[in-house]
Design a protein around this ligand. Structure first.
Ligand SMILES: Cc1ncc(C[n+]2csc(CCOP(=O)(O)OP(=O)(O)O)c2C)c(N)n1
Length: 532
């Protein structure tokens, strides 16, 4: 008879889950005993980083990914990152150790007293197996739940004395071998109705969202847009954890503004708005206005029933994004519409001292290898990075759709571990660095060759912008004088450089990206928002 631990690790193996992100405590050590040599344990020094790394890894590998946390306090530290993983639709199996069964009722030290309720409402499912023998079935159920659309985190609480118990060999075998598949295309009637509406529309537009990339629907989205000569907008940046369309494509028209009034204004004159793979819409801030421009109809295709149900307007179709896009490509003919004007090429603007964030992002664009992946958490530069880089390959952009800082630095490490052959560049604000600063240690200790580009503007620039919109005057806590990133990263073991000015930045970035090592390049930039 295998032990629960042997059977559980066999289950992980079958699902390709041989990389485990964790921060261990006494309650997790029994799981880690006799750690198999075909597994890799990636230590994060704080749980927000553990979950963020797992999130990046899950998204970039497409695999359900295991993050192991230390009972209630570890789970608590990870909660903000679990919020992000939910928004990113990241298939995480979060496990947390639990007291020995005999000591749970008396609430011995470190008992996770209400483990099932604790991660709600940020997980799809959470559970503590009633018997040690149910552990493998519970983990299998969690993996399937996390992986089914819409994907997202689940949590299983694991009493520490279960691992050495005997598993039920027959039940464990079934749990290990089962597969559960669940991607469904829209029905043929829905597909033909959307196809007919597209063909009949005078001025339709495609809004491309993050689940196009996550579902593997990139080529189908391009084919649909090209066939129908659809101008394409990206769904608003705050919820756009991934890209749904090549941003250097001549049909690409830019990123939609994230507020109600301006979004409707941008789409003025359109009669059909086809939203694919996005919620409708990840709005913020609140700038009221009509939800839709006059005369426009909106149809949204999403893999998420909740996204479809909560949209404030339009029709929703719940279906797999890739399969439905492919069916639509088959169903529509070539349109005869005039193609829209492509966006003008990005311009760097004037050279100033310190350089503008736009210039910094432009410089990055000039040295970035074609196969690079960008992980972005530089809030005041989000639009500028999008505009300057015009990323045009699938799986090449990750952004925290939840908005909780700390995703960027940690996720970049996970993305790089999942994609070891592609250069990963992580663009960070110096404020954002601090929410996951211990990630530098993991990058150095595991030799994960991410290049961190830190835009040092000595402030929370985006909050100053929000303060203007919210008409808030005199708010404290928006300046960051003397906040060091390079020295701190160096202390954690990451080679760090400071660049001042465009030429130095270009040289340092080239060197850092080419070095095959974890590197940080910090550049002072002018304060304020960078929109282009
Ligand atoms: C966990 C968490 N805490 C606080 C915030 C609020 N917040 C949003 S942006 C921001 C400032 C980020 O500063 P920095 O990374 O330097 O970027 P900048 O705005 O200067 O571009 C803060 C504090 C958040 N989004 N997440």
């Amino acid at each position: 008879m295998p032990t629960v631990r042997e059977a559980a690790f066999d289950l992980f193996r079958r699902h390709g889950m041989t990389t485990i992100f964790g921060n261990p405590g006494s309650t997790e050590l029994p799981m880690l005993a006799e750690f198999p040599s075909d597994f890799r344990y990636v230590l994060g020094l704080q749980e927000a980083v553990v979950v963020g790394m797992a999130d990046g890894y899950a998204q970039a590998s497409g695999l359900p990914t295991h993050a192991n946390l230390h009972t209630a306090p570890g789970l608590g530290n990870g909660i903000g990152a679990i919020f992000n993983a939910q928004a990113n639709k990241s298939p995480l199996l979060i496990t947390a150790g639990q007291q020995v069964r005999a000591q749970i009722t008396m609430q011995a030290n470190l008992t996770n007293r209400d483990a099932i309720r604790m991660p709600h409402p940020l997980v799809k499912w959470s559970y503590e197996p009633p018997r040690a023998q149910d552990t493998v079935a519970a983990l299998a159920r969690g993996i399937h739940m996390a992986s089914l659309p819409p994907r997202g985190p689940v949590m299983v609480s694991l009493p520490m004395d279960d691992w050495t118990e005997e598993a039920d060999a027959d039940e464990a075998k079934h749990s290990q071998e089962r597969t559960v598949a669940g991607a469904a295309a829209a029905g043929p009637e829905a597909v033909s109705r959307v196809a007919e509406k597209l063909q009949a529309a005078n001025n339709p537009v495609l809004v491309a969202g993050p689940d196009i990339d996550a579902s593997g629907g990139w080529d189908a989205a391009v084919a649909l847009a090209e066939r129908q000569k659809l101008p394409v907008f990206a769904s608003p940046a705050p919820g756009g954890g991934r890209l749904g369309f090549p941003e250097g494509h001549p049909l690409f028209q830019g990123v939609l503004p994230p507020a109600i009034g301006p979004l409707a204004e941008t789409l003025k004159g359109r009669d059909l708005i086809l939203v694919v793979g996005s919620s409708v819409f990840p709005y913020y801030p609140y700038i009221p206005g009509p939800l839709l421009p006059e005369g426009a109809e909106l149809i949204a295709i999403t893999n998420d029933p909740d996204e479809a149900a909560r949209a404030p307007m339009g029709e929703g179709i719940v279906a797999d994004v890739r399969l439905t896009l492919e069916a639509l490509v088959e169903a529509v003919g070539e349109a005869n519409r005039a193609e829209p004007q492509p966006l003008p090429d990005p311009v760097p603007g004037d050279e100033t001292d310190p350089i503008t964030p736009t210039m910094a992002n432009h410089t990055l664009g000039q040295v970035l290898p074609d196969d690079a992946i960008i992980v972005l958490e530089s809030p005041s530069s989000t639009l500028s990075v999008r505009n300057q880089l015009r990323i045009s390959r699938p799986g090449s952009y990750y952004f925290g759709a939840g908005g909780g800082l700390g995703f960027g630095l940690s996720a970049a490490i996970g993305v790089q571990l999942a994609q070891p052959d592609r250069p990963v560049v992580c663009v960070l604000g110096e404020g954002s660095v601090q929410y996951a600063v211990t990630g530098f240690w993991t990058a150095a200790a595991y030799d994960v060759p991410v290049t961190f580009l830190v835009l040092r503007n000595s402030e929370y620039a985006i909050l100053k912008w929000f303060a203007e919109i919210e008409e808030v005057k005199g708010a404290p806590g928006l300046d960051l004088p003397e906040l060091e990133s390079a020295e701190v990263a160096r202390a954690y073991g990451v080679n760090s450089a400071r660049a001042s000015g465009r030429d130095e930045l270009e040289a340092e970035l080239k060197r850092a990206i080419g070095s095959g090592k974890p590197e940080l390049v910090e550049v002072p930039v002018a304060p304020g928002m960078a929109l282009f």
